[in-house]
Structures are given as structure tokens and as C-alpha cells.
Design a protein around this ligand. Structure first.
Ligand SMILES: Nc1nc2c(c(=O)[nH]1)N[C@H]1C(S)=C(S)[C@@H](COP(=O)(O)O)O[C@H]1N2
Ligand SMILES: [Mo]
Length: 259
């Protein structure tokens, strides 16, 4: 394909992603509560996902950058220091007792220490993180490809989505909820989808999601679950928390946050 055609296609995709992002932001300010708007948003999400998926092969790679482009300061967003006692204890012990659970619709449920994850083949990539709030930062990520863990676990044939359960909660008093996210199998097996334990050549800091956070490079920042504790293969996420596939999705954001 000619390069200019590719660029235009890219612009179209970016624009359609931004549209859904804008709708989702509106939802955050309360309008999504009305049933009509909610339905519109859900339909927009499905259409956007179909549009993007019809334009991009499932193996399409997100752009990678040279080291010179790495942001001096990488912003943080959302939880930067989970307060709960379980996580505090893991931090105190230097994550020696942390284990990542891989379970759900898999043939061989497993759990990994940080050291075990680090001993598996790794992938390193320099990519741009785009937050729905409108900022972007470029960072270098090293971690274990999610595909490696899924191949080791063996997905059962009914598995359709991978859910990431995090250590933190967001919100206040009556509105506290656990952070979680989910992705489809195309993104789960995409080569750049990794569970990252290093950022910019150093162990991930707590603010950026220690000990392990998801990188799913073809989507917006809110999909990149930090403080991941458990990876669950499911046939549907309708039964999990608000049923929309993620903390922000349950509050009106698009499930497919393609960029
Ligand atoms: N567990 C957890 N993951 C999370 C969030 C969060 O609050 N908790 N915020 C999300 C959002 S909106 C963004 S933009 C990125 C921010 O990652 P950073 O703090 O490393 O920049 O993490 C995402 N993953
Ligand atoms: Mo974000």
C-alpha cells in the first residue's frame, strides 16, 4: 500500500477512536446515566471496534520509537499508591511474596513469582501511551508476552476474553470499586501485549503499577491495568463487577479503546 494511503487510514482510525473517547468523557460527567445515551454509546463502541478491526489486521503493530524519544517525565494517572493492606504488605516484602495467578478457562492454572516471570523470554518495546484525558508519553517497557503465559496455561475453547484483576480500588465511600480490565484474544496474543515489570530499564515503580502492569499498545491508557494480581480467561465478562469489561467501561468508557 502507498504510504500516504496508509497515513489517511491511520487518521481515520485515530479520529474514530477520539469520537468514542469524547463520548466516553461526556459519560463521565453524568450524561451516560440516561438509558438512551448509554445504548448509543454501546452501539458506537461495537461499530468502532468493527470499523477498526476491518481496517487493521489483528497482527498490526503499534508504532515503536527510538530511545531518543523516551519522555523525560512519564505522567501518572489513577491510582499511584494502592492503600490496601494486602498490597502494602507485598510492598514491604519487596514483592517477594507476590504471585501472579493465571486461571479461569485454562487447562493448566498457574501462578508465577516475579523472579519466575523475569526468567521467561521477554520483549522490550518503546511505545507511546495515550491517555483519554489528552496527554501522551513515550516509555520503554520490558516484560513477558501475555501470549507466553496463555500458551503455557492452555486456553479452553470457550475462552473469549482475558480479564486483569488489579490490587487497587478507585473512588470514595459508597462508590469504591476494584480496578480491572479486559481485552479480546486478538489483542491478548498480539506480539506487543506484555505484562511489563521494567520501565525505562528499571523495575516498575509503584506509581506506574509495580510489580507488573499490562501494556496493550493499540489501545488507550485506561486499558493498561497496573498492579495486576490475577489474569483470568473468561467466555464473557457480563458477570464481573459492572459487566462492561473494566472499571472505566462500567462508568461509560468504550470497551474497545483503539488508537
Ligand atoms: N490498576 C490501575 N490501572 C490503571 C489505572 C488505575 O487507576 N489503576 N489508571 C489507568 C489510566 S486511565 C492510565 S492513563 C494509565 C496510567 O498509567 P501511568 O500512571 O503509568 O501513567 O493506567 C491505567 N491503568
Ligand atoms: Mo488514562
Amino acid at each position: 500500500m502507498d504510504p500516504s494511503g496508509q497515513l489517511n487510514r491511520r487518521r481515520l482510525i485515530v479520529r474514530s477512536g477520539t469520537l468514542v473517547g469524547a463520548l466516553a468523557l461526556g459519560g463521565c460527567q453524568g450524561t451516560a446515566e440516561s438509558g438512551g445515551f448509554r445504548r448509543t454509546l454501546d452501539i458506537a463502541t461495537v461499530l468502532d471496534y468493527r470499523l477498526q478491526r476491518s481496517l487493521l489486521p489483528t497482527s498490526a503493530m503499534a508504532r515503536e520509537y527510538p530511545a531518543a524519544d523516551i519522555s523525560q517525565i512519564f505522567r501518572t494517572k489513577g491510582t499511584t499508591d494502592p492503600r490496601n493492606l494486602v498490597y502494602r504488605k507485598l510492598v514491604r516484602d519487596g514483592f517477594k511474596n507476590w504471585r501472579l495467578l493465571v486461571e479461569g478457562m485454562v487447562e493448566r492454572p498457574a501462578s508465577y513469582s516475579l523472579q519466575e516471570l523475569r526468567s521467561l523470554p521477554s520483549r522490550t518495546q518503546i511505545t507511546r501511551h495515550d491517555c483519554v484525558d489528552g496527554w501522551s508519553c513515550i516509555g520503554k517497557w520490558k516484560g513477558v508476552p501475555l501470549a507466553t503465559l496463555l500458551h503455557r496455561a492452555g486456553l479452553k475453547s470457550q475462552a473469549r476474553f482475558i480479564v486483569f484483576h488489579c490490587a487497587d480500588t478507585l473512588g470514595h465511600s459508597f462508590n469504591v470499586a476494584r480496578y480491572y480490565e479486559s481485552i479480546g484474544l486478538d489483542d491478548a496474543f498480539q506480539a506487543q501485549t506484555i505484562l511489563a515489570y521494567d520501565m525505562n530499564d528499571a523495575p516498575l515503580t509503584i506509581a506506574h503499577g509495580a510489580p507488573v502492569r499490562l501494556r496493550v499498545e493499540r489501545q488507550l491508557g485506561y486499558k493498561m491495568a497496573k498492579f495486576v494480581m490475577r489474569v483470568e480467561a473468561v467466555a464473557s465478562f457480563a458477570h464481573i463487577y459492572g459487566g462492561k469489561g473494566g472499571y472505566w467501561e462500567d462508568r461509560g468508557y468504550a470497551w474497545y479503546a483503539g488508537i
